[in-house]
Design a protein around this ligand. Structure first.
Ligand code: SF4
Ligand code: SF4
Length: 96
């Protein structure tokens, strides 16, 4: 029997998200992001919740894996709120 090895994209696709619409668990200050040079969030977020859109950093919390990396790595204090999602919301990790 052979076991298929899944890549990061395939593994992420297995996860299930229950999005708390209208109540983001992470808040980002767009004004701070606009003057941020390092923009480390673009490379450290494993879920690519931070992306460049029309030259500005855009944040979308829906696919967040709740790893906390952006909270630690944002040196410019652009992440102004970081909480886990409310009970029953957020990511459910699933294995193949
Ligand atoms: S979230 Fe932090 S690292 Fe990312 S652009 Fe905003 S200030 Fe910069
Ligand atoms: S907590 Fe992790 S997955 Fe969620 S936005 Fe921050 S870096 Fe991305």
């Amino acid at each position: 029997m052979s076991i298929k090895k899944l890549g990061p994209e395939e593994l992420l696709a297995l996860d299930k998200f229950s999005v708390d619409e209208g109540q983001p668990h992470i808040l980002v200050d767009k004004a701070i992001c606009a003057s941020c040079t390092p923009q480390v969030c673009l490379v450290v977020c494993p879920a690519r919740c931070y992306r460049l859109k029309d030259g500005a950093v855009n944040f979308e919390y829906a696919g967040c894996l709740e790893c906390g990396t952006c909270r630690i790595m944002c040196t410019e204090k652009g992440v102004t709120q970081w909480n886990y999602p409310r009970a029953t919301f957020g990511v459910t990790f699933r294995c193949s």
